[in-house]
Design a protein around this ligand. Sequence first.
Ligand code: ZN
Ligand code: ZN
Length: 305
Amino acid sequence: MELIFLGTSAGVPTRTRNMTSILLNLQQPTVSQMWLFDCGEGTQHQFLRTEFHPGKLNKIFITHLHGDHLFGLPGLLCSRSMQGNTLPLTIYGPKGLKTFVETALQLSGSWTDYPLTIEEIGPGELFDDGHFRVTAYPLNHPVECYGYRIEEHDKPGTLNAAALKADGISPGPLFQQLKQGLTVTLEDGRMIDGSHYLGPATPGKTLAIFGDTAPCEGALALARDVDLMVHEATLEDAMAEKANSRGHSTALQAAALAKEAGATKLVITHVSSRYDAEGCRRLLEESRSCFANCELAEDFKVISL
Ligand SMILES: [Zn+2]
Ligand SMILES: [Zn+2]
């Protein structure tokens, strides 16, 4: 799977950074899914500068209703419809999201031609579709705000076709069931346990995508042992008091959390527009001084895992 950063600025856009939006391309062989996390103004324009298309989105997760995470949503939803896309779309987010979207569509005389579901969420598991489990964790911000933990189920190992053939089992429709580790009965009455013919399972990936937050208790559980943690780093540590009083974190605080949670990799994003390229390098250095495997997100940066 891969993450594509479509916007990495806090509050307002800059010439090089649009406001927050992250695309998660799950790249599954069996389930083609594309998810979006937050949708700042101009996100649909950012899509145009990638190989991806909003028509392929199945799910959008909104962390909170601040404009820099939300104002791109009505435009993206309408364009997605005008372009004739019919794939159903579900949007998850805090209370008020339904009113916001429905009011924007209704007052502007807009609609969607595809099935649109808006689910207002609370803390806890949002769904487990057999491939992925997504859980929302409350964060510390002036408005209701969530971080999302995405846990991929382990993938079964590959089927050893040569061993099956050696045992006189020839390829056929039953192989699909054997691949899932199921037991099947052959025409000659033999019972074959697929799990005996599978290689080792591949552990699923785990990600934590934070919304805006000051350091908070729930953050540790959200980020525990993840392969990738995406966290805001609005300000530098010299401005920790200001950052925290407004419900934000510093680059160093994000790194300290990644370290404590045992994350493998950290990407910091949502940086204040006060930082130019040099300032951003400083934020990254600050973070790396505590947690070495850290990158600073740039618009259109791709992180594979
Ligand atoms: Zn923000
Ligand atoms: Zn915010």
